[in-house]
Design a protein around this ligand. Sequence first.
Ligand code: TYM
Length: 331
Amino acid sequence: METVVSGIRPTGSLHLGNYFGALQNFVKMQNEHQCYFFIADYHSLTTHPTPHDLHGNVKQILVNYLAAGLDPEKCTLYLQSDVPEVVELYLFLNMNAYIGELERCTSFKDKIRAQPENINAGLLTYPTLMAADILLHRATKVPVGKDQEQHLEMTRTFGNRFNRLYNVDYFKEPQAFNFGENLTKIPGLNGSGKMGKSEGEGNAIFLADKPEDIRKKVMKAVTDGGPTVPNQEKPEAIQNLFQLMNVVSTPETVAFFNEKYNTCAIRYGDMKKQLAEDMINFTTPFREKIEDMLKNDEYLSKVVHQGKEKARESASKTIREVREIIGFKSF
Ligand code: TYM
């Protein structure tokens, strides 16, 4: 049995990228492994949410997790901020994380471009907090999308460096995980890049989206004038539409539109209509459960308290051992 850890930042409802990149694997893994799944609310502070938004977004992710099928009896489901031990490990790891390697991290470079007015130290040390999340439970497997690969590499570096520094074999090497498949990157709707909440208006389809919103967003998705020669290579925007279709539509539907593309008979309007309907079919059961669950504060509170207890049990054991390794001794 593996120890599994993963988390998602609370930025509102989850989109199809989060689902296919990570959450669907959380749901599968909880049946076989010791799993810790959390809501990365400390991480979300790098963008300075208001107290109101922070709480609302955390609640959204919690109900998205539950609606997707995470079972608090099978896995440990908790809020990062309910487990203060992670902050202590973050501090320890920061002592051995070098400014140069943090500055070279791709997500840091992206962030300083995206929010030049708010380049805070939390952004720089984002990878050490993420490493602390993972090492806190001494995880071996981390279900994530492709964009988190470098953070996993850094987690291994920090864990190994700790082991070397103190001449121990304490932290195991966590690996990014996707059931024997390559890590995925689900594309967005605006022609290039990944699906993401901050990648532009209309780029992401959320599990909680209403059918009419999904139709609007998909119909606006970027396309081109269409193929002019048979079997022409697909440009990125078109490849992206097909990739989205691959995850929500039947193989027959994908084959049908591929054939149309290859014979230059494709009508993107028809393809988008079909894609929108398949996305609606896919997301509807999630949306209904999300709406239901949002009303059930009593249950949510029970889940959160139970998760906190279980997560702190494992976290406090690690912190006790790490303190001892570092040389903190009680008088
Ligand atoms: P976050 O909140 O940006 O995304 C959560 C998960 O969703 C995946 N994901 C995608 N996968 C495929 N295609 C996409 N378009 C797409 N967009 C998002 C991400 O890869 C991720 O798995 N730093 C993390 C949160 C985190 C974490 C951790 C994860 C904090 N501590 C410890 C694992 C372990 C993040 O910002 O993910």
